[in-house]
Design a protein. Structure first.
Ligand code: SF4
Length: 199
């Protein structure tokens, strides 16, 4: 894609968000309080895709603001990166699935148009697939996150992509011992920084 300025990206994303605000293309549109479009820097080198909004996100309209989101922010900061400046953050679907269930394949497919546009506009250097739902959307539904986490892939138009554990999973796994899920996630974030933000 031809490179565009940050201001142009902001304008295009704002237009897409307005379209998304009115969207009722799947049943999730009937139960949401707010669409949860994105957070972070539209000009970021790293675009992180989570699963779906939860209750806190549905209330605020911002992705990753609950306990899991706070842990994600801490892990990013512990890796000497800035959530606000270095990341553009969104989800596979923009509306909260009732009872926090996993979005269906059909819901993800219907909502994919917004996600693809976001990736196209932000034009990141690296895509981070955060958690199994996000990873399966791009890499195939049969893969196990424990097998693909930390690996690197090419997705879409030759964009480098990698998989990390979802912070909700890390909230249930407190250990920071070597090879624990939190330790592995920190290692993954260090690698992401090296590739996306070389000195
Ligand atoms: S989840 Fe996506 S497709 Fe479904 S109503 Fe919300 S914005 Fe539209």
């Amino acid at each position: 894609m031809q490179s565009i300025t940050k201001k142009e990206k902001e304008q295009k994303l704002q237009k897409l968000k307005e379209e998304c605000n009115k969207c009722k293309r799947c049943s999730l549109g009937a139960t949401r309080n707010n669409i949860v479009f994105s957070d972070g820097n539209p000009d970021a080198k790293i675009l992180l895709i989570g699963e779906a909004p939860g209750a806190d996100e549905d209330k605020t309209g911002i992705p990753f603001v609950g306990r899991a989101g706070k842990l994600l922010t801490k892990l990013i900061e512990d890796s000497n990166m800035s959530r606000k400046d270095d990341f553009y953050i969104c989800n596979t679907v923009k509306c909260r699935p009732p009872e926090n269930r996993v979005p269906t394949d059909e819901e993800k497919q219907v909502c994919e148009k917004y996600l693809m546009e976001q990736i196209n506009i932000v034009n990141p250097k690296v895509v981070v697939l955060c958690g199994a739902t996000s990873a399966k959307s791009f890499l195939g539904s049969k893969l196990k996150i424990s097998q693909i986490r930390g690996q690197w892939f090419k997705i879409l138009n030759n964009i480098d992509a990698t998989v990390i554990f979802h912070p909700s999973y890390l909230l249930r796994n407190h250990s920071e011992e070597p090879n624990s899920p939190r330790w592995l996630t920190k290692e993954d974030l260090k690698k992401i920084k090296t590739i996306a933000l070389p000195k």
